[in-house]
Write a protein that binds this ligand. Sequence first.
Ligand code: UDX
Length: 450
Amino acid sequence: MGKPHAIMVPFPMQGHIIPLMELAQCLAKHGIRVTFVNTEINHDRIQALSGKEVLNDRICLVSVPDGLESRERYIPGKLMETVYEIMPGNIEELIQEINASNEDKITCVIYDQCLARIQEVAEKLGVGSAAFCAAAAALLVLGFNIPRLIEDGIIDNEGSPLSNNNNIVQFNPTMPIISPSDFVWNRSKISALQKLVFNIMKQNNKFMKSANWLICNSVHDLEPGAFAVATNITPIGPLLSTNRPGNLPDHIHEPDSDCLKWLDQQPPCSVIYIAFGSTTIFNKNQFQELAMGIEQSNRSFLWVVRPDSDKDFPDGYSDRVTTRGRIVGWAPQQRVLSHSSIACFISHCGWNSTLESVSSGVPMLCWPYFADQFINRSYICDSWKIGLTVDEDENGIVKFDEIKAKIDRLFEEDVFKERTLCLKEMISSSASEGGDSYKNLSSFISWIRG
Ligand code: UDX
């Protein structure tokens, strides 16, 4: 009989690939063979950075098409819609190919919960299954509650907030406080995308019910309310690479490691780190306000401005900030956040960024942009109280003086740092031997090993 062999399928976005790849490394360390499936575009980028086809004798990176024509890549929602449709077929074919030519046949499928239709393939082929959530458990709880939200008249059948209410929703006293207009699907300016996300979330609920496991990159004590109302979710996080030697080939951009040397020269807790994940892009006005806010703060900073964003710096900006600032295209974020020079993090509140910041004891200035980032902001500001949020003016712009004022508060009010350090401690014990996440991950691994 062959070894246990997991096929792992992330949603094709950086923020989803990183934590699942981290889980792949954990499984491999425990003797489980892994076939990790990326879309061709992401696979090629990762290969170009890692330069290897097979990572070690246990993890094999493979690729499948994403089904898009080049021009379709710029249509919002097209990637999500297409991979949702075609990924189950791709994965079924791939499993059959692997099983036909391999002694270690596939024994389980671990898929991103955004692609939960893959559950049907696991059932058809009679292999074990686990749905993986790269976001907070609160996001899943929101999805599970869609029927109740409709029944209670909070949203209509298409997910839109009912105009006659100003409801604020909280499923449990320790969970995020969210307004229906901030529900994941409503945080897109394009109505076709709203409907798509809403419908996919509804369908995914049904598929995930049949999975053997629903695992989440979270920690019980960070979200006790969410795990109390949805006992079927198992937290196994935080999945971080900071403490593991070796370079993970999970990035589709090349990190600029020189910035770490620059950080080494900065005093402790003196630098603002600014990064907005892998997809968020500011418009010109907002970018300039951010640039000015950072400049006016008069503090050192490390700012990630991705090559795919419009770099509309104010005139003469780089000359003025050159002695105290570094601007890079992509940073080794986990290592940056755990560097002693970092004082605070201006972030879009992606869940990975949130976990990485909390795990490093770094308070946050929240600037959510889309999807689950508004839920995460509520955790950061309302539940954990480890950060502040920026407020828009009447024209929907966050002005430079607002940014500067909030940065000043994070530097001057020690309470944010103190609370973040408590959470850091809690997360670290959960992931250490005997902690909740450690035990959950061990049970999951034992299940795969059979
Ligand atoms: C998206 C969603 O926004 C997020 O909320 C969801 O939970 C996962 O998918 P993204 O927007 O990219 O992800 O944000 P985030 O979840 O924060 O993930 C970004 C990842 O890229 C983090 O792991 C971060 O460490 C990494 N990163 C980002 C870098 O390594 N370098 C950078 O310069 C910027």
